[in-house]
Ligand binder design. Structure first.
Ligand code: AHM
Ligand code: MG
Length: 333
């Protein structure tokens, strides 16, 4: 049995010049995962956790109490370690520069969706935390700037998610494959359970909010019909599975094969998901596991960001399925 802590230390040893900062950040995220795990598991029992906070976030979406709790937990954990120069979150309009001596001298910035799929909390359905780590581009010793956060996804140093499901798992990559760790609450440790995860090249599941069908682009509509057609060779019709929590839908597709799509729609011209803390980290993981992520035309990791909270259509999962969906996007306007 190998714990996440051991694994991080072993990986760090493979880089003789590493000073342990990234390892420190991953350890902070591990702690955050344990704290959120604990509180999510109490969600049905305490009223100060479940439900709407009565506040809207910068994108005009209702913030759940647990969204704010997860956001604050992540922020506090990262401030405390001082290995991070700055932080940006779905739940806060502007990025936060950690303006202390150590903060200004730190190398990394973090972007996060602290609690993805949070509308699922009240009904006891799996949710997740997503994180993305970059090396800053502004000079060390100064306060971080917006350009440190607006880097294309292929510049990510590490990315991962925690899925709070029937068990809690932390899955991450530092650009050298993807590994998954399952939490053992009785021991309080994450154990390596999914070494070198590989997303099957093709699967039999498509995940999309089909209720919005009439608003989707032609290419997406045609692809959905393709998924539903009978064909022995490609084992169609595929099954439709949509949890409504990106992390959970992605995690299932990563293990079993499948495609997740949140396309543009007439009411969401760029889709709903955010490029910097949803699209990019998931795309990095997908590619590292042999999968693919595009906006229907372009590789997600190559999109140059222009705004902290910008949205992007997302087609992600098994490589051959994403390629097929892209073929439909290119064929039908
Ligand atoms: P959130 O970050 O505010 O929770 O929104 C993202 C979530 C995804 O996890 C999920 O796949 C999608 O929104 C569901 O949206 P919809 O209800 O429009 O299908
Ligand atoms: Mg989200």
């Amino acid at each position: 049995m190998k714990t996440l802590g051991q694994f991080i230390v072993e990986k760090q040893a493979e880089y003789p010049n590493a000073k342990g900062e990234l390892s420190g950040i991953l350890s902070s995220i591990r702690l955050v995962a344990k704290v959120i795990h604990r509180d999510i598991n109490k969600a049905g029992l305490t009223n100060n956790i479940i439900g709407n906070s009565g506040v809207e976030n910068v994108q005009g979406e209702a913030q759940m109490k647990l969204d704010l709790f997860a956001h604050n937990t992540m922020k506090q954990a990262l401030i405390a370690r001082e290995e991070v120069a700055g932080f940006a979150s779905e739940e806060e309009e502007n990025f936060v520069a950690f303006d202390t001596e150590r903060g200004r001298n730190a190398k990394y910035v973090i972007l996060t969706d602290p609690l993805d799929g949070s509308s699922n909390i009240d009904v006891n359905v799996a949710v997740g935390t997503i994180f993305s780590i970059y090396r800053r581009v502004s000079p060390i010793g100064t306060k971080v700037t917006l350009e440190d956060f607006l880097q294309p996804g292929h510049k990510q140093v590490a990315a991962g998610y925690i899925v709070y499901g029937s068990s809690t798992m932390l899955v991450y990559t530092t650009g050298n494959g993807v590994n998954g760790f399952t939490y053992d609450p009785s021991l309080g440790v994450f154990c390596l359970s999914h070494e070198n995860m590989q997303c099957p090249k093709a699967g039999r599941v498509y995940s999309i909010n089909e209720g919005q069908y009439l608003k989707f682009p032609q290419g997406v509509k045609k692809y959905i019909k393709y998924c539903q057609e009978e064909d022995k060779e490609t084992q169609r019709p595929y099954a439709s599975r949509y949890i409504g929590s990106l992390v959970s839908d992605f995690h299932r597709n990563m293990l079993k094969g499948g495609i997740y799509i949140y396309p543009s729609a007439t009411n969401y011209p760029n889709g709903k998901l955010r490029l910097l803390y949803e699209g990019n980290p998931m795309a990095f993981l997908a590619e590292q596991a042999g999968g693919l992520a595009t906006d229907g035309y372009t590789r997600i990791l190559d999109i140059p960001p222009t705004e902290l909270h910008e949205r992007v259509p997302l087609f992600i999962g098994s490589k051959e399925m994403v390629e097929k969906a892209q073929e439909f996007m290119n064929t039908f306007e």
